[in-house]
Design a protein around this ligand. Structure first.
Ligand code: GLN
Length: 437
């Protein structure tokens, strides 16, 4: 045996140290959809309607606040783990009226390093090993691994898609069966995750739906995690209802917000949790251990953004711009005769790809083979016409891949010229779909 310093040179040393078993669940180690459909893997001239981030900058008056902050001393150092005072005050002023509450900045607001870290902190703070967390399927994929990392067990309740025979349906036609929701609740259920406006469906949960969820939460003493990061993107004069504002729900709801979505700054990683002290204080304890505090200069910038938004009529103008962006894609799919879901919120539109006609032997990369039809369809569409999208089966558990794999998600958080250019390329979809007689 050839050994050097007691080390056998021929032994496989590539996996000497076993990783935590927590990573075995929740697809935590699998290559995720964001890295497979990353711009780096696609042709350089591909128009990216895949991962949901903007191809434009935050407003200038917001980035100016960031620059100003970088030139101060304090904002280059640690912040309070709850978040910078100025930002918590700005969140209070902006969101307080929406919650009909005089929010307490010392107890009811926690600034986090993006919405993701905020949710992770809350799961870490509240889940016991084996606690069940109800997710409406499809669900934003990050939830899954973050729940299982923290010992939780995901339980799936479907949003029922509209009939596949329909040429056009609205996101509101993705429905909850309340008997199914009730049946999913067990003595181990701890929490229901609500995501409105919804990624990837674009559904804006109605007041009645939220009242139905609230009644069950009250009956079974459940915590509600309400991911409302797309709260600025609600179209067609629909009402964005915050479940925390329904009777009794404040005490059991954590509402999640995101500066990345509100100010086109997804890389800044500034988000927040709003809720009662009993839910925010344990989340703060978790967040303090994960990041200690969120990055300081960009907290100042977001504070400036919220403070000045009114002067610029910012949120109203931005909403109109998003609605125009959405309508470019809606119009495109409608004219092409491709089945789609009309989104009432968020910045995603789903199309039905079940009629895609992929030639035998088409060269797919390893990462796409063995996945649902949608992975192949999105790859094929990106390669053939140069527009990327996201396969929706990633937002389903493995057993339900067959439900999700007939959809592709296109993001419209892109400038109007890019969307128009994408619309032209999408004309090429006609020849990629089987003719229906
Ligand atoms: N929320 C964005 C989307 O759904 C980005 C998600 C991510 O990259 N983790 O596209």
């Amino acid at each position: 045996m050839s050994t050097v310093n007691g080390v056998n040179k021929h032994k496989d040393r590539s996996a000497l140290i076993p990783f935590s078993s927590r990573l075995k669940d929740g697809r935590a180690l699998a290559q995720d959809v964001w890295s497979i459909f990353n711009a780096l893997n696609l042709p350089p001239d591909c128009l990216n309607l895949g991962q949901g981030y903007m191809n434009f900058a935050p407003p200038k008056w917001v980035t100016e606040s960031a620059e100003e902050a970088l030139h101060t001393i304090a904002a280059n150092h640690y912040s309070h783990p709850r978040g910078r005072l100025r930002l918590r005050q700005a969140i209070k002023d902006h969101y307080g009226p929406q919650f009909n509450r005089d929010l307490d900045i010392e107890k009811e607001i926690l600034v986090t390093s993006g919405a993701n870290e905020g949710m992770y902190s809350a799961w870490l703070a509240f889940l016991e090993l084996g606690d069940e967390v109800i997710l409406f399927e499809p669900f934003f994929d990050q939830y899954l691994a973050s729940i299982t990392f923290n010992g939780g067990k995901p339980v799936y309740v479907p949003l029922h898609p509209p009939s596949h025979d329909k040429q056009f349906s609205t996101s509101n036609e993705w429905t909850i069966d309340f008997d199914e929701l009730r049946a999913a609740i067990t003595p181990r259920t701890k929490m229901i995750i609500v995501n409105t406006p919804h990624n990837p469906v674009g559904k804006v949960f109605t007041r009645e739906e939220l009242e139905g969820i609230a009644a069950l939460a009250e009956e079974f003493n459940l915590l509600i995690m309400s991911d409302e990061v797309y709260d600025c993107m609600v179209y067609d004069n629909k009402e964005h209802v915050r479940i925390a504002t329904l009777p009794g729900m404040w005490d059991r709801t954590i509402t999640v917000g995101s500066a990345g979505k509100s100010f086109s700054a997804t890389g800044w990683r500034v988000g927040w949790l709003i809720g009662p002290q009993s839910l925010i204080t344990p989340s703060l304890a978790a967040s303090t251990r994960i990041v200690f505090c969120s990055n300081s200069p960009l907290q100042e910038a977001v504070a400036g953004g919220l403070e000045k938004a009114k002067n610029y009529n910012f949120f109203e103008t931005q909403l109109k711009e998003y609605q125009d962006r959405r309508d470019v894609l809606i119009d495109t799919f409608k004219k092409l005769g491709i089945k789609y879901t009309h989104p009432e919120g968020s910045y995603f539109i789903l199309i039905d790809i079940s009629d895609i006609d992929i030639p035998d032997g088409y060269p797919f990369p390893e990462s796409v083979l063995g996945r649902g039809l949608d992975f192949k369809a999105c790859w094929f569409i990106a390669m053939e016409i140069g527009v990327s999208s996201i396969p929706v089966s990633e937002f389903y558990c493995e057993e339900h891949t067959h439900i999700g794999e007939v959809f592709a998600r296109f993001a419209f958080c892109k400038d109007i010229d890019t969307l128009k250019a994408a619309s032209e390329r999408l004309q090429g979809l006609k020849k990629l779909f089987k003719k229906r007689e």
